[in-house]
Design a protein around this ligand. Structure first.
Ligand SMILES: Nc1nc2c(ncn2[C@@H]2O[C@H](COP(=O)(O)OP(=O)(O)OP(=O)(O)O)[C@@H](O)[C@H]2O)c(=O)[nH]1
Ligand SMILES: [Zn+2]
Length: 210
């Protein structure tokens, strides 16, 4: 079995955001949170809130860590196993952030792919890492779903990819329309899952089986 490992990506202090080339700015984030507390009518100097700007800034860094991670680095481990049939990982938990309200949406992702002619596989954990990478960005659920599918298509060159995301949006539950429990399902199908209704039905049956 051939294992290719090109590089290991860790979010380090030198990391810069892929889209802007800027590192995380802790001081700026702290100042912004302090301003927000003032704007909503709070006193940021009361004891309970004194450490909050620093804490929230650190939490934002963690929640948006995917802005600093290259998907190519996540999918750098591949195996030429010759496996030609469906590989499916179900119920990968995800926490993401709705880019409209900056509150959480959370749920599960299911990822299936049919390897290409060489049977190139990636590690199962890499599928979950890929979900994390794209989830830890300001997102909309549809884009999150497509980005996972497109990254797998371009890196593994498989016959097909199917990604299904089921999530609850807190922006719909705790505010606005206030419909807790409403669940949103999005899918992205590529390659054989797009062209063959039998392949798609088989995968969806396995994905949605409870
Ligand atoms: N398609 C899609 N819509 C989303 C997602 N996350 C949040 N939204 C929606 O984004 C929309 C933003 O609508 P706006 O009218 O600009 O914002 P708003 O006044 O806060 O809207 P309400 O949430 O309806 O109160 C809302 O309908 C949200 O439900 C997502 O992942 N995908
Ligand atoms: Zn929202």
């Amino acid at each position: 079995m051939e294992v290719r490992r090109l590089s290991v990506n860790q979010l380090g202090s030198e990391s810069v955001a892929l889209m802007t080339g800027r590192p995380f700015d802790q001081a700026r984030a702290e100042a912004a949170v302090r301003e927000l507390l003032i704007a909503v009518g709070e006193d940021p100097d009361r004891p309970g809130l004194l450490d909050t700007p620093a804490r929230v800034a650190r939490a934002y860094r963690e929640v948006f860590a995917g802005l600093y991670t290259d998907p190519d680095d996540v999918l750098d481990t591949t195996f030429d196993e010759g496996h030609q049939e469906l590989v499916l990982v179900r119920d990968i938990p995800l926490y993401s952030t709705c880019e409209h309200h900056l509150v959480s949406f959370h749920g599960v992702a299911h990822i299936g792919y049919i390897p290409g002619p060489t049977g190139r596989l990636t590690g199962l954990s890499k599928l979950a890492r890929l979900v994390d990478l794209y989830a830890k960005r300001p997102q909309v659920q549809e884009r999150l779903t497509s980005q996972i599918a497109d990254a797998l298509m371009s890196k593994l060159d498989p016959r097909g990819v199917i990604v299904v995301v089921e999530a609850e949006h807190l922006c719909m539950a705790m505010r606005g329309i206030r419909k807790p429990g409403a669940s949103t399902t999005t899918s992205a199908v590529r390659g054989q899952f797009q062209t063959s209704s039998a392949s798609r039905a088989e995968a969806l049956d396995l994905i949605l089986r409870r």
